[in-house]
Design a protein around this ligand. Structure first.
Ligand code: URA
Length: 242
């Protein structure tokens, strides 16, 4: 990784400021003061200091990916491109997606080798919020919204045979998309298989486009294009409790 990119993860300043700071001798790599911000460092093995403080680098790796449609949220697949295939420049050993999106769903995916974090984000007991942008076949009625917010029958049953209704959700109505299709944000706190599509089906609607916008405190960086990825920032890691 380039030194300025690495320093950029620590909220030290803008790229331009970082270049200036490095030029002024405030940064050292393995104890040697460096003057150029565009040199390459190995963030896993080099000791990088700024103003005398060693910048800690986690032994785990964390990437935010904007998953495009047509890509599977698996680590290997004989047929389709996987989310790991998109991390071309990285060592992907041990990385897994924290949760899955359908092949035709796009949006936020966290890729990490921190199994503890994956568990905390996906554990059904933790009820982590997930926000989806949903483009629908037709508008939701007030009754549909009330049902979705209370919990709907998506065909799941509990061990004792009772209907396993979805947990209460939140629906926010947004403007229509360019094709005039109604758009809503659906906020759910669980992650059942095809959950958003099945919830909309339960109220007689159909999902025509689906994008995950956030997962807990992690929000999809809108400057990323589908297929782009970047390491999480220090601030994002802090918010995730890492
Ligand atoms: N719900 C769905 O139906 N599909 C997804 O990909 C994610 C949530």
């Amino acid at each position: 990784m380039r030194l300025d990119k690495f320093l950029g993860l620590f909220d030290i300043g803008t790229r331009k400021q970082i270049k200036e700071y490095v030029k002024n001798g405030r940064c050292s790599v393995n104890g040697v003061v460096v003057s150029k911000a565009d040199i390459h460092v190995d963030e896993n093995t080099d000791e990088i200091s700024f103003d005398g403080n060693v910048l800690g680098y986690s032994k785990f790796h964390y990437f935010m990916l904007y998953k495009p449609q047509g890509v599977v949220s698996a680590t290997t697949d004989g047929k389709n491109t996987t989310v790991l295939d998109l991390l071309q420049d990285e060592n992907v050993k041990g990385l897994s997606p924290a949760g899955r999106l359908d092949i035709d769903t796009e949006g936020l995916i966290l890729l990490t080798d921190d199994g503890g974090l994956i568990h905390r984000l996906l554990s059904p007991k933790k009820h982590v919020d997930k926000v989806y942008e949903v483009h629908l076949d037709h508008e939701l009625s007030d009754k549909d919204i009330a049902s979705l917010e209370k919990g709907v029958n998506i065909g799941d049953t509990k061990d004792n045979g009772e209907i396993d209704y979805t947990l209460p959700a939140k629906v926010e109505i947004k403007d229509c998309d360019k094709e005039g299709r109604p758009v809503v944000h659906l906020i759910i706190h669980e992650g059942r298989f095809h959950q958003v599509k099945r919830m909309m089906e339960a109220v007689g609607n159909e999902v025509l486009f689906l994008k995950r916008l956030s997962m807990g405190p992690l929000v999809l960086d809108e400057s990323l294009e589908p297929g782009d990825y970047r390491p999480l920032t220090e601030d994002e890691l802090k918010q995730l409790g890492v």
